[in-house]
Design a protein around this ligand. Structure first.
Ligand code: FES
Length: 103
């Protein structure tokens, strides 16, 4: 089982917002949604676009380049051209810090 790692301060994350961090060598995004906190890799699995520039709507992130959509809770690709899922992480808060570990 992988270790929990601090990736960001909770104070950096507003409502319906995203914050970036790093888990080992992987760039990640933490999402605050009405359904809770979720985290995925930052690069789109289609052609590597930066999902931080995407549009977050509830549990769905839309890629800014070709509009592929992913569920940030499960990582599932929801619409073409995205077809490979995003890697997801467990998220917990610990003393004002956001910690992740891979699922
Ligand atoms: S790079 Fe994200 S859908 Fe193409």
């Amino acid at each position: 089982m992988s270790d929990w790692q601090v990736v960001a301060e909770e104070s950096a994350l507003g409502e319906d917002d995203m914050v970036t961090g790093q888990y080992a060598e992987r760039r990640v995004i933490v999402y605050r949604t009405p359904q809770g906190l979720f985290a995925t890799d930052r690069r789109c699995t289609h052609q590597g676009a930066d999902l931080l520039r995407g549009y977050l709507d509830g549990e769905v992130i839309e890629c800014p380049v070709h509009q592929g959509r992913f569920n940030v809770r499960t990582g599932a690709a929801l619409s073409a051209p995205a077809c490979e899922p995003l890697r997801t992480y467990e998220v917990r808060l610990n003393g004002g810090k956001i910690e992740l570990r891979p699922r």
